[in-house]
Ligand binder design. Sequence first.
Ligand code: SAH
Length: 209
Amino acid sequence: MLDVRKIRLTLELREAGISDSKVLSAIEKIPREIFVPENFRNQSYENIALPIGDDQTISQPYIVALMTQELHIKNTDKILEIGTGSGYQCSILSLLCRRVYTVERIKSLLVKAELIFKKLKLTNIVTKHDDGNLGWKEQIPFDKIIFTAVTEEIPNSFFDHLKEGGILISPVKKDSKQILNKYTKINGSIEIESLSEVIFVPNLTGKKD
Ligand code: SAH
């Protein structure tokens, strides 16, 4: 059942320019409260990022919606996500595509996210505990790639791992700011579009238990 807070959030997202009905309906279907620690649960449907432990955050709903909308997901798409975190963004993606491959460097977060995927019966998600900057070579190529932690520069190999017509979205550091960039592979070359100024946690190398 849709409660009033959820309806208010959906309205807010529409007003902010999220017009893709598939994205909005995925946001309505996935219960954000189960990704959020108990003490923040009453804020689950506010349009803000929230802490999830280990100094990490669940992204702001508007940014999740914007990134998802800008990926122009088809139901046949195979998607790579770097930074599973709470698993919220991944769950939204999983409703819209064929399969999501998601990588998280912090084991304890990944374990929590995996339990939620099971609970929500999201069977098209494949997880890996690793440094996502290494990519997922066994599964290349991907239709879409999404980074949910801010990086200085996208390793070039990720553009090789993208199919023709594919899209990669990532926050990147630019001077003292963070910009959400969208990279589209057209005739083998990469077109870049800047979508918004954002705030993400950093992309760190190596993995952690
Ligand atoms: N998509 C998440 C956002 C989580 S915040 C959500 O919806 O909740 C970003 C996550 O990226 C953090 O959990 C952080 O541990 C992870 N991360 C940062 N650098 C990484 C890397 N190199 N490889 C894999 N995960 C990384």
